[in-house]
Design a protein around this ligand. Structure first.
Ligand code: AVI
Length: 320
């Protein structure tokens, strides 16, 4: 990042706040952990490997749709817009969008992983010297204050990757309402969402043959050990992923293989053999559900595109 032009906002949550969230989750029934904890350096690298797995069709498919449709997005967004990305901005997808847009004025990536955020912001600043890159280190699932934007500049929110599926449906609405406020009058949101499909494809995507997803899932315990005084033995938990059709979501669990008590800071957490920690929900949407989500959150669906096999959807919403 060019320090002369780039602005950086650090609003990362205090470790204490996250620790309280962790302990509350482990005291709940069933036990839960926030899936944002997956993404330390190791977890982010494992997630990149997941995105390249044969079974994990999501990233590849979204890219196919984006490549085909990004020109249309650029025409609708018009020249000079500001792009606000919720989540890491290191990806090919960001560059695809920035390349297609006509003279985007600024780019605001928001991410909790400070190192990766600053690194990708620096790389983008080098490659797009005209672009004002304004990284914000924050937990975008909470209230975030963004750098001010000049009057009349349209904001295009960007939320690819089906990360919307990692919110509970009611939380997704709360989150999208906040996004809407960031987008402002005239704003747009480009969002990617994984679609409902048969169980076999879904379960393979979250339980791959190489075991990368299993390692990604167990890495959350490593994060607890390092950052929150946890004493988890990774070998004492196994990965489980299954599609719950009734709720339309893939659930990822870590299942304790033995009866055990584990220290987390000064607390002791008890597990029965076979007891699970829910580490992630990945909701899958039907197209009408996705559009319903937009309407409930104060957006109107402008365009919705899918791939030929209707595995994944990319939608452009406009602020009502
Ligand atoms: C980041 N998120 C959209 C991924 C998903 O598919 O829900 C996280 C993931 N979990 C396991 N594999 C990938």
């Amino acid at each position: 990042m060019n320090p002369a032009t780039a602005r950086y906002v650090d609003a990362a949550p205090e470790a204490d706040v996250v620790r309280q969230e962790v302990l509350a989750g482990l005291a709940a029934r069933p036990k839960r952990l926030p899936c944002k904890l997956f993404y330390d350096e190791v977890g982010s690298r494992l997630f990149e490997r997941i995105c390249e797995l044969d079974e994990y069709y999501l990233t590849r498919t979204e890219l196919v749709i984006l490549r085909e449709r990004v020109g249309e997005v650029a025409r609708l967004a018009r020249a000079g817009c500001r792009v606000v990305e919720f989540g890491s901005g290191a990806s090919v997808k960001t560059r695809l969008l920035l390349d297609a847009l006509e003279r985007p004025s600024s780019y605001v990536p928001i991410d909790i992983a400070r190192g990766a955020l600053l690194e990708s912001a620096a790389a983008l600043s080098l490659d797009y010297p005209e672009l004002d890159v304004q990284p914000v280190c924050a937990d975008y699932t909470r209230e975030v204050e963004l750098p001010l934007v000049a009057d009349g500049v349209r904001t295009l929110g960007f939320f690819p990757g089906s990360t919307i599926g990692n919110f509970e449906p009611a939380e997704a609405v709360t989150f999208l309402r906040r996004v809407r406020a960031h987008c402002g009058t005239n704003g747009l949101l480009l969002i990617g969402a994984d679609l409902k499909k048969e169980r076999l494809t879904l379960e393979a995507a979250y339980d791959d043959r190489e075991g990368v997803t299993a390692e990604f899932n167990r890495n959350i315990l490593r994060v607890l050990n390092r950052e929150h005084g946890g004493r988890f033995s990774l070998e004492a938990f196994r990965h489980r992923a299954f599609y719950d059709e009734r709720h339309g979501r893939v659930e990822m669990h870590l299942v304790s293989t033995v009866r055990q008590r584990v220290a987390v800071g000064s607390e002791l957490v008890s597990f029965e053999a076979g007891e699970a920690i829910v580490t992630e929900h990945c909701y899958k949407y039907a197209l009408d559900q996705l559009q319903g989500l937009a309407r409930k959150s104060g957006f109107e669906p402008l365009r919705t595109w899918t791939d030929a096999r209707a595995l994944f959807a990319v939608a452009l919403f406009a602020v009502i």
